[in-house]
Ligand binder design. Sequence first.
Ligand code: PLP
Length: 399
Amino acid sequence: MAFKPANNIQDLQYFGEFGGVNPSISDSSTYTFLSAKTMFDTFEGNADGCYLYSRHSSPSNLYLGEALAAMEGTETATVTASGMGAITPVIMQLCHAGDHVVSSRTIYGGTYAFLKNFAPKLSINTTFVDITKLDAVEAAITKNTKVLYCETVSNPLLEVADIRGLSELAKKYNLQLVVDNTFSPLSISPAKLGADVVIHSLTKFINGSSDTVGGVICGTQEFIDTLRNVNDGACMLLGATMDSLRAASILKNLRTLHIRMQQHSKNAQYLAEKFENDGLKTVYPGLQSHPSHKTFKNMMNDKYGYGGMLTIDVGSLDKANTLMEMMQDKNLGYLAVSLGFYKTLFSAPGTSTSSEIPEEEQQDMGLSDGLIRFSIGLDADIERTYNMMHTCMKVLHIL
Ligand code: PLP
């Protein structure tokens, strides 16, 4: 039967302490125990339903985690203070000194910088590969490899990972397949395709209001328990914990994610087709011309489209900057990093979100100077938006 992630979220009912339609917020960092024995058992991890301290877990965080696990189809999930606060403990939990990671070379700049510059300090080394080439991925695996890491749809090049193919490799070599699904919530459910751990930066589409950072790790109960272990759990010990007030507000926004994703995708598909027809070099997984269009199509859930992210190449950084400034002047969107907002956001990744990647490596992977990354907003009249963007491009001789 088809996997219906939005139904899974909708079917979860949580009531507040006084019958409220939203769950009460747990406004406490610590919790009382009726007996000293229960406190001891809780520390040992043997007292289900008891809370000990909010860095470990809190009722509000558990509600949000449960809803996100339902969305991704995993046994459970744990929420974190940011997307990086989800990615880094997962890598550190799964890898010890001497272990090795095979990662997509096109990933969010912060994740790239962590794997390239920080993890080697812990003697965890990474080989970066073209994730769309399964033979290159397999060739990079060594006897020390523990993790295959990728983004379902990569930041910023929008390469699409073949999760089923990667999962077969992971099983063959006994690796953990860790997938960052930030760009394609609801559209693609990596765990259903064989991913072992699914991560999101909640900062983006899932929260959708650009008012907080947040993250989540979705996986098996056993793995999430390991991350929370008081003796050696990376989430518990590194301390990137989400605040309960934030968890409550993200849960409320999650309730409308399905409607927002449909509109983001509809608007992005419309603009991508128009830009491509105008002769602009346009990358969007929903375009037939996208090299992995079929891969995305074969993985996607019904209804949510190909996501809200697209890129165009306008030839040079100067042109990209002038166009972005002009579009901002016309109130078509904001010159800002991040994504998933109601308003369109645009940035030149080479000099912003991917600036951690050295220039020659950017060139190697096809990250050109004139590339503009768009997170398409929820505009009610996308035709009007397109017409105004088209005028800006004409004025600047981009078209
Ligand atoms: N993963 C992806 C794909 C991202 O784009 C980002 C941030 O831009 C992150 C992870 C990191 O998330 P956060 O900024 O919430 O730490």
